[in-house]
Design a protein around this ligand. Structure first.
Ligand SMILES: [Zn+2]
Length: 326
């Protein structure tokens, strides 16, 4: 693992890091996870849910996730906790920043104390006004999902170091990242004359403060608005209710769709198109204000897009684990 002197890290955090790129908020990520967990295979020949339950016990946060939780519910509680672990370590003092384009592949599982912020997204760049665009690091949500998915599918051979800890680490990230890349603003960044280095997936795109229904605070930028467009409630009961609503309305795709590299690229492409042709259309709703305002109409459709993306992410995460986890 590469280490930088503290001063360099401090400078890096001032100039190189994106603003608060959180993906869905806790409610969004946990709803993805709840749907996925209900759809994990429990067949005797491929009991993926049991395998996942066992692997997550290796995460150092496991005691925290399952504190005061009855034994029968600890598997789900850990899976929901894992869904937000990559965000939780952003404010955990035991973890530090990594250089923006840090190497992707590591082999030290939970000994890795880097936050790996660039892993959370693939900001496919675009511009409305001809501003030249910049590419993101070579290591991003797509490359990490592909690498970690492959490692979940590997089997330990005699004489080869045990893969269990790495699989536990990779699994934790995958539960989070499949959710992230279904948030449209985790798949794009807009470059413009007044944002020549991009808007960091809408983090630097200011909006007139808006509080979505059920949210505890107003969002003042486009990314934060999308993160909590379905509210902030995060009790397991509330997450279960939302998951139930979404799985009733949006049915699982039939036929066990493959979750290979092409599929991951397609999920990102869907998010990019939604961002490019819907999310950023907010500009057109701007009426004489310094920052665009979220209209009731925009908010209605944004919530609908979010519901669909969260349901899809849940089903696809289940498919990915059912097909690959060995
Ligand atoms: Zn994230």
């Amino acid at each position: 693992m590469r280490r930088l002197p503290l001063t360099l890290l401090a400078l890096g955090s001032l100039f190189a890091l994106p603003a608060n790129a959180f993906g869905w908020n806790e409610r969004g990520h946990k709803t993805v996870a709840y749907i996925a967990y209900q759809n994990l295979s429990t067949s005797p020949s491929n009991n993926v849910r049991k395998r996942v339950d066992d692997l997550l016990k290796l995460n150092p946060y496991y005691p925290k996730w399952t504190q005061n939780v009855p034994a029968a519910q600890r598997g789900l509680a850990a899976f929901l906790g894992a869904a937000v672990w990559p965000d939780d370590i952003k404010s955990d003092g035991a973890y530090g920043e990594s250089p923006d384009c840090a190497e992707a592949v590591h082999t030290n599982a939970f000994q890795d104390k880097e936050r790996h912020r660039p892993w959370h997204y693939l900001d496919i760049p675009f511009s409305f006004d001809g501003t030249p665009v910049e590419q993101q690091c070579p290591h991003n949500a797509r490359t990490i999902i592909n690498a970690f998915r492959a490692r979940l599918a590997a089997t330990s051979a005699p004489g080869v170091p045990d893969l269990e800890e790495e699989k536990a680490y990779d699994l934790t990230w995958l539960i989070h990242l499949v959710g992230d890349i279904h948030q449209p603003l985790h798949a794009t960044g807009r470059f413009s004359a007044n944002r020549t280095h991009g808007d960091s997936g809408g983090n630097k795109y200011k909006i007139k403060p808006f509080t979505p229904a059920g949210a505890n605070s107003a969002a003042a930028d486009l990314h934060t608005y999308w993160d909590h467009v379905l509210g902030d409630a995060q009790s397991t009961q509330s997450i279960g209710a939302l998951a139930g609503e979404l799985t009733t309305r949006f049915r699982r795709e039939p036929g066990d769709p493959p979750t290979d590299e092409a599929a991951v690229a397609a999920w990102l492409s869907e998010s990019f198109v939604l961002a490019r042709y819907f999310v950023y259309e907010l500009d057109k709703e701007k009426v004489g204000q310094a920052d665009p305002a979220v209209s009731d109409r925009y908010n209605f459709y944004a919530q609908e897009v979010a519901r669909q993306r969260i349901a899809l992410a849940g089903y696809r995460l289940a498919d990915l684990l059912n097909q690959n986890l060995k």
